[in-house]
Design a protein around this ligand. Structure first.
Ligand SMILES: [Fe+2]
Ligand SMILES: [Fe+2]
Length: 269
């Protein structure tokens, strides 16, 4: 079974790039499932620098044939989070408040293929997250014999690598997201878990994690949302970042991690 996983899609440029690249990659790799991290799909409150997803962008993402959308710290940014996190094929960090909207895992089925998609967050990315190790242990107690893909959303390589070794052989893959910076460490751990510390992002290349730097730099200087500035996605050349997994019997046989510069298609008028 092959699974194609894309790192954080940033804003409307990210969606445009994915719309351009996904059909080509589908023909090339013939994935059974496509999973996308969508926590940056929209700038939801530009003057406060908030991300997350709008329902219409989420619909556009699913119209591309994406099977599941994962999240992270920005899953909970917009006041309408309940609406987007309530979608059947959207997951958000599992190790979050049980009172928060949404769910942390999702079983995908296609023909005789099954994949359990799980989203976890480290506290370095999401301050109110619970213990990701305990959350995954509890989940594994309920699921056996199903290939499991974990999107682990964290700032810390130590935490991501540690969790991957801890659950080596129990989950098919631990794929890191959140930093929007690719690491060159994709590999299969000794007991068969595919791993990469961070996949990177899909979005405008000329920016700060896929955004124009002005807002983020000023926010860092002031430690407050900058006055008169709005967070907006970067343009420039495009960047597409993904992992292709080859899975068999709940373990990984292959992992390919690529992050490439591509054309940024023009916006629709
Ligand atoms: Fe992100
Ligand atoms: Fe994040």
């Amino acid at each position: 079974m092959r699974v194609l996983f894309f790192g954080d899609v940033v804003g409307e440029p990210g969606l445009r790039i994915l719309a351009q690249e996904l059909p080509l990659l589908r023909r090339l790799y013939r994935p059974h499932f496509v999973v996308v991290n969508g926590e940056n799909l929209d700038v939801t409150i530009p003057e406060l620098g908030k991300a997350g997803m709008h329902p219409q962008s989420l619909r556009a993402l699913f119209a591309l044939g994406v099977d599941a959308v994962t999240g992270g710290n920005h899953s909970f940014d917009p006041p309408w989070a309940e609406e987007v996190l309530g979608h059947a094929r959207v997951v958000r960090p599992l190790n979050y408040s049980r009172h928060a909207p949404g769910k942390g895992s999702l079983l995908l089925r296609k023909g005789n293929q099954e994949l359990l998609v799980v989203n976890l967050a480290g506290r370095s990315a999401l301050a109110h997250a619970g213990d990701p190790v305990e959350a995954l242990e509890a989940l594994l107690a309920q699921w056996q014999g199903i290939p499991i893909l974990v999107d682990f959303h964290s700032e810390s390589v130590f935490e991501k690598l540690g969790l991957a070794y801890l659950f080596d052989g129990e989950v098919a893959a631990v794929l890191g997201t959140h930093t929007h910076v690719a690491t060159q460490d994709a590999r299969i751990l000794p007991r068969g878990t595919a791993y990469v510390s961070d996949v990177r992002m899909v979005g405008g290349e000329e920016g700060f994690q896929g955004y124009h730097p002005d807002f983020l730099v000023e926010a860092l200087r002031r430690r407050l949302p900058p006055k008169g500035l709005a967070l907006r996605p970067a343009e420039g050349p495009g960047r597409v970042s993904y992992v292709l997994l080859e899975l068999e019997g709940g373990r990984a046989k292959g992992i390919l991690h690529l992050s490439e510069v591509v054309d940024l298609p023009p916006a629709n008028p």
